[in-house]
Design a protein around this ligand. Structure first.
Ligand code: NIG
Ligand code: FE
Length: 441
């Protein structure tokens, strides 16, 4: 089946084949074609270019140009819907025509760090937080991650899938085309497997691309209170072998931070995961400068995530590595933490990815457009840098940038079609305006 998207005002996020991430000054640009078309065959981008080169479409609907005529926007708005165009095509035609009506066409967002499989919510802790308790204080009182683990334990696998799919549908509608989902609210062998099976089911049933991350070391399970090293052994010797045997995880994660897991415990878990060929993605430096970046780089982590607290040593450690520094401005926003030093990382020649961290405790939102806006407003990234951080670089941070994250021939056509908007900057600038016309997954 062939689909042609025509009357594209601006086709943005074009990259040549083989570009898997953008670093340093490469992040400054977003390649675009104005007045464009794009062809999809069997879900893959097979062609794109200026409208003048557009193959066999409803020419009447295609003209005049979106960009270069003052009247164009009105004409595009009021023209016949694509179905009408379709019916004017010769009988037997096997092309589906989508009129972009002068909107932007963008690669869908990639969200490389989420915890969207969880049960219930933590709105009670929201009150505690407003009253002045910190994330660590809430956790120390037995709330936080352990609170979510209790809720998850009481929830059936079916119900967990149902609740999680509501969030998956929510993020797809907001333009996310790929999502990494972590376990870590189980904290027992059975409940971690339950979470990972739900993630697997989402992978199999939803059109969004999904990567699963085993985060058994998110917190010490209640039954192991005061016996942290025994819990780490449980993760290494019981959870990991079962997770690997069932093929439930693409990645392994550890919350390497003050009050959670040490560098030594992290290394132990990553050593074990390496035996099963599972690559790490690490939670590091959210609460303190934890050494998590360095241990992540040492074990060839695909990404080190959070980085609210970093020094120059972390920038140095990441130089020349294949590890993507990933920042989560939604977490800084919600917890009132410092924002990551994204600008300095980029000035040092490094890549930066942004992700939502969608979870019930520190970032209850999966809106990647809001993440892109926070990247600009709070981290001083340009709209182009923030866009690249939310698309190609976040695709890299979840291991899918060979197939997603840009407009490239041969990549999956996971796309956003916007309403007519004046510029790329309008996307984060007017971040509450509903601009999405269609999401194609
Ligand atoms: O990435 N920091 C650790 N994990 C999550 C929060 C989990 C929770 O509070 O439920 C995060 O922020
Ligand atoms: Fe997280």
């Amino acid at each position: 089946m062939k689909t042609i998207i025509y009357n594209i005002g601006t086709l943005a996020g074009i990259l040549p084949e083989g570009v898997l991430k953008l670093e340093g000054a490469q992040m400054d640009d977003v390649n675009c074609i104005n007045d464009a078309y794009l062809v999809i065959e069997d879900g893959i981008i097979t062609d794109f270019g200026p409208m003048g080169n557009c193959p066999s479409i409803c020419q009447e609907a295609a003209l005049p140009s979106c960009r270069h005529s003052d009247e164009a926007t009105t004409i595009c708005h009021s023209e016949k819907p694509a179905t009408n165009c379709h019916s004017e095509e010769p009988a037997g035609r096997r092309e589906n025509l989508i009129n972009a009506k002068c909107g932007f066409v963008l690669p869908a967002f990639c969200d490389s760090h989420t915890h969207i499989v969880y049960a219930g919510c933590r709105d009670g802790e929201f009150r505690d937080k407003i009253a002045g308790l910190s994330y660590e204080e809430i956790a120390a009182r037995g709330g936080g991650i352990l609170n979510s683990a209790d809720l998850l334990h009481e929830t059936s696998e079916e119900e967990l899938y149902r609740q999680s799919m509501e969030r998956v549908n929510e993020i797809m509608a907001m333009g996310t085309g790929a999502v990494e989902i972590k376990s870590g609210y189980g904290l027992t062998v059975e409940d971690e497997l339950k979470m990972l099976r739900v993630i697997k089911r989402i992978k199999e049933t939803a059109p969004i691309t999904v990567k699963a991350n085993f985060l058994g070391a998110h917190a010490v399970g209640r039954a192991y209170k005061g016996r942290q090293s025994e819990y780490v052994d449980l993760v290494c010797n019981e959870m990991l072998p079962k997770v690997a045997e069932e093929g439930l995880a693409d990645y392994v994660d550890v919350f390497c931070d003050a009050g959670f897991f040490t560098v030594e415990e992290t290394a132990k878990i990553l050593e074990k995961a390496a035996e099963y060929g599972i690559r790490p993605k690490i939670h590091a430096n959210e609460l303190e400068v934890s050494g998590g970046v360095q241990v992540g780089v040492k074990y060839n982590a695909l990404s080190v995530d959070h980085l609210e607290k970093t020094t120059d040593a972390e920038i140095e450690a990441l130089r020349g590595s294949g590890t993507m520094p990933t920042m989560l401005p939604g977490c800084s926003f919600f917890l009132g933490l410092p924002y990551g030093r994204a600008k300095e990382y980029i000035e040092a020649g490094l890549p930066v990815a942004l992700a939502s961290d969608y979870n019930p405790g520190s970032s209850p939102s999966g809106n990647m457009r809001f993440v892109m806006a926070l990247g600009c407003i709070k981290m001083r990234l340009t709209p182009e840098q923030s866009f690249n951080a939310c698309t190609i670089n976040s695709a890299y941070a979840m291991g899918v940038s060979d197939t997603l994250g840009s407009i490239t021939i041969g990549k999956k056509a996971h796309l956003i079609i916007t309403k007519p908007i004046p510029s790329l900057a309008f996307i984060p600038y007017s971040h509450q305006t509903p601009i999405i016309q269609t999401v194609i997954l």
